[in-house]
Design a protein around this ligand. Structure first.
Ligand code: SAJ
Length: 419
């Protein structure tokens, strides 16, 4: 089949390459000219393991091409961003524009799929009326549905193939047609439902995680107050067959967990109470860490320096979107701190320092923000020598306390209270 994929980002691009490498003819569409030019040369501008190889092979085979405008096809997949506005509302302008952009090209028998995470009612209430402008009868002449992406950055290609998939159709026929298409490469189970149910499922999966992380962050604060170790509590609780506590941290980043729960709150603010409070709890974590740093360094006179290890939103990837560490840095800037940053995954950032020893020079405190593999073993002795102070604050329970202390550094852990 010929498939037109609108949006060539973290989801659209891997999905395009996957269809193309399974024999379909794929036309990728994006508003960013650089993405188009690079892609047509077989190159990508995002980082994701093995994606470059898959894309290059797909382009070389002639099955994957990119262009600025959509064209006629058998199926259309919409994978554009659904960001959040300042007042925490879903910004649907890209989904609207993408849907409008395909109207001149859709014809009888086509399938249209929304992959972007979207508030309930998007497929039925926003896409359907736009597509009806074509004169086609939606559900009869044109099949429409929502099949949310569920892949984890860092292992997108593996999860694209192996994850189970939810397929929400505007009617049964639509869901069935969409399933046939994904059958090309999906090895997981495919579950058919309504479009609105599928929209809620996607938001709820990320909300489940966000709420549980909030619970862990609350436990961290409580444990510090009581004088116990939250990480030990979590470890022991999780020996229970029906308990799965998540991990505390400096906050929740990325473009999914920190965003999607708001789409539910937006629709039913008076009902989505736990969801809202959890978002606020996780958003408070950079401030909580900032206050901890302030209290650890309260006796330091003059300008203070903090060295930050890791600024991406999670370990072992280069993605800094919504990173809570960036927010922490803004708080430190406001309080006039000197800052240096070490992150082996990030190529450019204002305080970036490649050499960890240099980054620690004159520092009063080392803060571990992200548990990148590279930080598992650190040259603490050299670090201690370079530093002016001796405080280490670990927000991920990742650094080796004993090694810190052997180098006369004082190890502090988020969620570990003092007795
Ligand atoms: N985090 C914690 N504690 C934890 C787990 C995570 O503080 O116990 C933090 C991380 O440090 C990070 C943030 O949460 O800042 C989000 O990371 P993540 O690994 O939980 O998730 P994402 O945002 O990379 O991907 C999620 C995934 N959703 C679920 O696992 C339910 C993925 O499957 C989705 O496809 C993706 O959102 C998406 O696109 O919606």
């Amino acid at each position: 089949a010929t498939i037109c994929v609108v949006g060539l980002g973290y989801i659209g691009l891997p999905t395009s390459a996957m269809f193309a490498s399974h024999g379909h003819e794929v036309i990728g569409v994006d508003v960013n000219n650089e993405v188009i030019e690079q892609l047509n040369r077989g190159k990508i501008i995002i980082e994701e393991p093995y994606l470059d190889i898959l894309v290059q092979a797909a382009v070389t085979s002639g099955n994957l091409k990119a262009q600025l405008e959509p064209c006629e096809a058998d199926a259309f997949i919409i994978a554009v961003p659904t960001p959040i506005t300042k007042d925490k509302k879903a910004d649907m302008k890209y989904v609207k524009a993408a849907t409008e952009s395909i109207v001149p090209y859709i014809k009888k028998g086509n399938v249209v799929i929304l992959e972007s995470t979207s508030p309930t009612g998007t497929t039925e209430g926003i896409m359907k009326p736009i597509l009806e402008r074509s004169g086609l009868k939606i559900g009869e002449d044109l099949y429409l549905g929502h099949s949310p992406e569920r892949v984890l950055p860092g292992q997108i290609l593996m999860e694209l193939v192996n994850n189970n998939r939810i397929i929400g159709g505007i009617n049964k026929e639509s869901a069935q047609k969409i399933k046939e298409l994904y059958n090309t490469f999906v090895k997981g189970e495919m579950y058919l439902t309504t479009a609105t149910t599928a929209e809620m499922c996607k938001m709820m999966e990320n909300t489940y995680r966000d709420v549980n992380i909030a619970l862990a962050n609350e436990l961290a604060k409580i444990s510090e107050n009581i004088g116990i170790n939250a990480w030990e509590v979590i470890d022991l609780c999780n020996k229970h067959p029906r308990v799965n506590l998540h991990q505390p941290g400096p906050g929740v980043g990325g473009h999914c967990l920190a965003v999607d729960p708001w789409f539910i709150v937006e629709k039913v603010p008076e009902l989505a109470k736990i969801i809202k409070l959890s978002r606020e709890t996780n958003d408070s974590m950079p401030h909580y860490i900032f206050d901890k740093i302030e209290s650890l360094l309260k006796d330091v006179k003059g300008k203070k320096k903090v060295t930050i290890l890791g600024i991406t939103y999670k370990p072992n990837i280069d993605d800094m979107r919504e990173s809570p560490i960036v927010e922490l840095i803004e708080l430190l800037e406001k309080a006039n701190y000197d800052i240096s940053v070490v992150d082996p995954y990030v190529k450019e950032y204002k305080y970036l320092e490649n050499d960890i020893r240099k980054a620690c020079n004159g520092s009063d405190l080392i803060f571990l923000g992200v548990n990148h593999n590279e930080f598992k073993v650190l040259p603490f002795e050299d670090i201690g020598r370079e530093m002016r102070g001796n405080a280490v604050l670990d927000s991920r329970n990742y650094l080796n306390k004993k090694m810190c202390e052997e180098s006369n550094l004082i190890y502090e852990l988020l969620g570990q209270g003092k007795v």
